[in-house]
Structures are given as structure tokens and as C-alpha cells.
Write a protein that binds this ligand. Structure first.
Ligand code: B12
Length: 411
């Protein structure tokens, strides 16, 4: 009798362990907590970011007071004009989707129906653009985020909207610059998984979704690098979210490997951008954006994470020299900046000391370079001869002697 109980207990425990794709080792749990604290600290400055709120809500540790204060700052009511007109303004599909997910994460229904109507309108315009010009107004990343946000809010999405993702996946249209965008693959995969799991579609449609999900999974697994990252280290959080949501055995080993890469990257201080931290936070708690569908706010226990004081990293005294090249404009000069300076500091030094000029616009990820020497367009950041930077101008810190290239992407 005692023996059969023991067997039962062991098998139940094995099942519990199996349900989790990866157990964070005890000696690395401080990294997860540290990330949570850093994300909470990010709520203190700058404009409120709905993705940061979602990341905090999908953690298992909460400072409910700080989270509520942040929720009040999100102000989704400012987002959709009463006319729902997106002709004169930039489409904001992704931003509206993130706000809708944040409202779902808060369990407060006040703004939800308005956001849903607004998002549906944006998605319709995106779909029209796909039909007419074979690409969405924004990107397939934002289009998929929009579908996902409606789906976790239990909305039935017309299958023609979903078919656009399936078709784009089939035609390998998820790209970031010139390379495959694992972030977009993962976001599209999460949207399709949510729709398929909702059981709201006829069998034939569900089969098509399943095929597309399989294709996404294959691409994500093929993208695994030697260090365990899926795509690059910053696409890994969303890729792991997709594998977690997919469940099953085949993604287990690659996910564990990817989780180890993420823990290492956190330890190395590579996750300091609030947007990137917010995409990562859920996976350390075995959660994905799909968990928003059945989030329970009253079950949250307040484990007051306090925000410690971090001394600012001192700018080094030793100057470094960075070569700045603007491709196609015959601009190449070396600028001296203090060590630990960001690329943004280099651009500022160049603007001050030469005839170089630049402009940025704010985004959820920090300042986005829009214009160089009066030329507006999709500016890409590279180093040495052709290595694409993995961070934006405010986060990237060039090394002494490095060559930074600004390249205008041709349409
Ligand atoms: C689509 C996309 C792009 C498109 C944006 C235009 C478009 N057609 O939408 C393009 C290809 C131009 C692009 C460019 C870059 N991107 Co990008 N991009 C994305 C992606 C897949 C989705 C962004 C999005 O729509 N977010 C949702 C909306 C709601 O947020 P938003 O703030 O309103 O969105 C706008 C801005 O954020 C801006 N944007 C896009 N990428 C980046 C990157 C940075 C650092 C900043 C500040 C802004 C920015 O474009 C968005 C659409 O207009 C993300 C993936 C991810 N995991 O988040 C990567 C991602 C954010 N990009 C990344 C990078 C590194 C870049 C570049 C710096 C690459 C380079 N070496 O040049 C450049 C930006 C250079 C600059 N000019 O400042 C990294 C950032 C990692 C980090 N540590 O911060 C990500 C996570 C991809 C990755 N895994 O490497 N990107």
C-alpha cells in the first residue's frame, strides 16, 4: 500500500515537472527577481508603456500598488479618436493591441469595448492594404499582435483575417530588414495558436492553422544558434512564449536551451530595455500572452517588491574614438566621446562638431532614428562592414575604434 502511494506521488511529481518546460535553477532565481524589480523600476520614468504593464501582470510576483499606479498612467482613452479615422494619422494597430492586452491584464472593463472597436477598424485597414499592396500598413508583427489581442479578449475573428497570416507565412514574408524575423514568426504563431485553441472555427480552417503553426515551429527551431538563442537573443523571449504555448515534447529541449541563454543574457546585463524586459518577464514564469485569456486578478498575492536604489553608471573618463559612416552620402568622420557612451551620444557629438544632423522619434523601445542629414527613411544601424546592431541608438554602446554605419534601406 505504502509503496503504491509512493509510486503515485512520484508520478504526480513527474507530471508537474513535465508540465513545466524548464525549471529555473535555485541559484539563478535571483536573476528572475532582479528582472522583475528592474521592470518595476522602469515604471517610474518615461511615458507609460502597455507592454511593461502586461509583463508585470504575467509575473508571479507583484507590487500591486505600483502596478495600479502605472495602470492609471496608461490612458488608453487618448488613443482612438471618436471618428476612428486613421487616414490622416499613422496607423497604431500594435499600440492599440498592447493597450487592449493591458486592459485585459488589469481585469478592468472600462475601456475594453472602445479599444476592441478601434482595433477592429485598424485591422480592417491593414487587411485592405494586404489585399491591394500585398503588405499590411504597419507590419505583420503588428497585424498578428492585433489578432492576438482580440483573441485573448474572446472575440471571434473572421477567418479571412487569419488566412492573411497563414498566406504570409507560406510565402516567407515575415522579415526584419533582410533576414527572417523570428519575433514576427513567434507573434504570428501565438495569434494562430490562440485562434485554433478557441475552437471557434470549422475543422478545415483549424487544419490550415495547424499546418501554418507547424511551419512556424520548424522555422523557429531551425533558427536556434550555438548559444541556445532562437533567432537572436532579443527574439528569443517571444519564440519561447510560442514554444511554451505550443506545449508538447518536441519543443522541450530547445526551450530549455533557450531559457539558459536568456538567463545568461540577463546575468550579462543584456536586458535593460523595458520593452525587451517586458517580453521576457512572462517566460520566466512559464507564461505566455495566451494566459491573458484567463487571467485572474483576485488571485494575485501582493509580494511587495521594493525598488532599490541603483547608482547611475558613471560615464568613463577615458575617451573612445568611434568612426561614423553615412552610406551613400560620402560622410565618414571619427568622433571622440567618453567611454560607456551610447551611439546616441556619438550622434550628438557628430551633430555638435560637424555638419552631420539627425532626428529621432519616440517609440516603445526608445528613440528611433528617422532622419540623417535631412534624409528621412528606414535607417538601419550596422557596425564594422555589415553586422546589424542588435540594439537601438540609446542602448548600444560602441567600443573604442569601432566603425558605425548608418544605411538607408531601399524600398
Ligand atoms: C517591425 C520591426 C522593425 C521595422 C520597423 C518598421 C516597420 N515596418 O514596422 C524595421 C525593420 C525598420 C526595424 C528596424 C530596426 N529594428 Co526592429 N523590430 C521590429 C519588430 C519585429 C516589431 C516592432 C513593432 O512593431 N512593435 C510594436 C509597436 C506597437 O511598437 P512601436 O514602438 O509603436 O513600434 C515602432 C518602433 O518601435 C520602431 N522600431 C522597430 N524596431 C525598433 C528597434 C529599436 C531599437 C527602436 C528604438 C525602435 C524600433 O518601429 C515600430 C513600427 O513603426 C521588433 C520585434 C520585437 N520583439 O519587438 C523588432 C526589434 C524591436 N528591432 C530591433 C532592432 C535591433 C532594430 C534596429 C536597431 C536594427 C538595426 N540594426 O538597424 C532598427 C532600428 C534602427 C533605427 N532607425 O533606430 C530589435 C530591438 C532589440 C533591442 N535590444 O532593443 C527587435 C526586438 C528585433 C530583434 N529581435 O532583434 N524594426
Amino acid at each position: 500500500m505504502a509503496l503504491s502511494w509512493l509510486v503515485l506521488v512520484i508520478s504526480v511529481q513527474a507530471l508537474i515537472v513535465q508540465a513545466k518546460l524548464f525549471e529555473i535553477p535555485e541559484d539563478q532565481k535571483h536573476l528572475v527577481r532582479g528582472l522583475n524589480v528592474k521592470l518595476l523600476k522602469a515604471t517610474l520614468d518615461g511615458e507609460a508603456n502597455p507592454s511593461v504593464y502586461v509583463g508585470l501582470r504575467l509575473s508571479e510576483e507583484h507590487n500591486l500598488e505600483k502596478e495600479n499606479e502605472y495602470l492609471q498612467r496608461l490612458k488608453p482613452e487618448d488613443l482612438c479618436s471618436s471618428t476612428l479615422n486613421i487616414k490622416d494619422t499613422e496607423p497604431k494597430t500594435g499600440l492599440i493591441a498592447l493597450h487592449l492586452m493591458a486592459q485585459k491584464a488589469s481585469c478592468d472593463n472600462t475601456h475594453r469595448s472602445r479599444l476592441i472597436a478601434c482595433l477592429k477598424h485598424h485591422l480592417l485597414k491593414e487587411k485592405e492594404s494586404i489585399v491591394l499592396y500585398s503588405k499590411p500598413l504597419t507590419s505583420y508583427y503588428q497585424y498578428s499582435l492585433g489578432i492576438l489581442a482580440l483573441c485573448v479578449n474572446d472575440k471571434l475573428i473572421d477567418k479571412h483575417f487569419i488566412n492573411k497570416i497563414i498566406f504570409a507565412e507560406e510565402k516567407n514574408q515575415f522579415v526584419h530588414g533582410k533576414t527572417i524575423s523570428i519575433d514576427t514568426e513567434a507573434m504570428a504563431g501565438l495569434a494562430l495558436l490562440c485562434a485554433k485553441n478557441s475552437n471557434k472555427y470549422p475543422r478545415e480552417d483549424a487544419i490550415n492553422m495547424k499546418k501554418s503553426i507547424k511551419s512556424i515551429k520548424d522555422k523557429i527551431l531551425t533558427s536556434q544558434g550555438d548559444e541556445g538563442q532562437l533567432g537572436n537573443i532579443y527574439s528569443t523571449p517571444l519564440a519561447v512564449q510560442f514554444l511554451l504555448a505550443l506545449g508538447g515534447q518536441s519543443g522541450r529541449e530547445p526551450s530549455s536551451y533557450a531559457m539558459r541563454a536568456l538567463l545568461k543574457a540577463v546575468d550579462q546585463g543584456k536586458f535593460s530595455n523595458p520593452m525587451m524586459m517586458s517580453q521576457l518577464m512572462p517566460v520566466f514564469h512559464q507564461k505566455t500572452y495566451l494566459n491573458l485569456a484567463n487571467i485572474k486578478c483576485d488571485a494575485n498575492t501582493n509580494k511587495p517588491l521594493s525598488i532599490p536604489f541603483y547608482p547611475e553608471i558613471a560615464i568613463g573618463d577615458e575617451p573612445i574614438r568611434v568612426r561614423l559612416v553615412v552610406e551613400g552620402q560620402n560622410f565618414e568622420e571619427v568622433f571622440e566621446v567618453p567611454s560607456q557612451s551610447s551611439l546616441l551620444d556619438v550622434l550628438k557629438a557628430a551633430q555638435k562638431n560637424s555638419d552631420f544632423s539627425f532626428e529621432t522619434r519616440g517609440s516603445l523601445y526608445g528613440p528611433y532614428l528617422t532622419t540623417v542629414n535631412s534624409k528621412e527613411g528606414q535607417w538601419l544601424l550596422l557596425k564594422d562592414s555589415d553586422i546589424s546592431l542588435l540594439e537601438g541608438i540609446a542602448d548600444y554602446k560602441p567600443a573604442d575604434g569601432e566603425k558605425i554605419i548608418l544605411r538607408l534601406r531601399s524600398a
